[in-house]
Ligand binder design. Structure first.
Ligand SMILES: *Cc1c(COP(=O)(O)O)cnc(C)c1O
Length: 227
């Protein structure tokens, strides 16, 4: 079941990319395995999926410890500073950096580990009171401050638009994130300012996100089923 779903999602990504003249290879799939057991991850891994997304750091750590280093975990939940140590150890990427305090805490633990970490800045592009992430106008200052942290590589932006029934409604938010990314790239605020990651799009709207320039889609339900 999982293997089949995965195949369908990858096919859809390929189709959506080709339909708008993009190379499907420029879009990475993060399989969001939150609240599914390690066995589900193993099944997806056997089917060729290597990158997984988790919302709770403790759950991520348990799965990481159980399944080993062959897998990559992206943290996509709200990161508390007292969990930064675990995140530094167990994550291949933290997609949800939204304040300097948590970035500094990551830097501290990464320095001890001698490990560099790719991070994304989470932007609350929809000005949604229920969502974490910084506002667009705060992104420049945060990235400027992150630049001084030698173990962090700010490789792009992430967003989660306000929930709507119609996936088309998310399009302006995806476009807004891309435009913000372009502006910040011109100001040399990222690790690589020729190309950044835009993490946007979930089960219901990844086809739209891809049309708007997404390079990372975070898909849970369409792969693992309802939570
Ligand atoms: C749960 C979650 C997803 C995946 O959502 P689905 O609708 O199940 O694909 C993506 N991103 C974040 C931040 C999430 O919390």
């Amino acid at each position: 079941m999982i293997a089949e779903n995965l195949k369908t999602v990858l096919k859809n990504i390929e189709r959506a990319a080709q339909a708008c003249g993009r190379d499907p290879k420029d879009i990475k799939l993060v399989a969001v395995s939150k609240r599914f057991p390690a066995e589900a991850i193993t099944e997806a891994f056997s089917a060729g999926q290597h990158v997984f997304g988790e919302n709770y750091i403790q759950e991520l750590k348990e799965k990481h410890d159980q399944l080993g280093d062959g897998l990559q975990f992206h943290f996509i939940g709200h990161l508390q500073t007292n969990k930064a140590k675990i995140a530094a150890q167990a994550c291949a990427m933290v997609e949800t950096v939204d304040r300097i305090k948590v970035a500094r805490e990551l830097q501290k633990h990464l320095t001890v580990l001698g490990k560099k970490l790719d991070i994304l800045v989470q932007v609350n592009i929809g000005l949604d009171e229920n969502k974490s992430g910084i506002y667009a106008e705060e992104a420049e200052e945060l990235l400027q401050n992150i630049k001084e942290l030698s173990m962090l590589r700010a490789v792009g932006l992430m967003t989660m638009p306000p929930f709507t029934e119609n996936p088309e409604d998310a399009r302006p938010f995806f476009r807004g994130l891309r435009n913000l990314g372009n502006t910040l790239m011109k100001k040399n605020l990222f690790h690589n300012n020729d190309k950044i990651e835009l993490s946007m799009g979930m089960s219901g709207d990844y086809h739209i996100a891809i049309e708007e320039g997404s390079t990372i889609v975070r898909v849970g339900t369409a792969i693992f089923g309802q939570r």
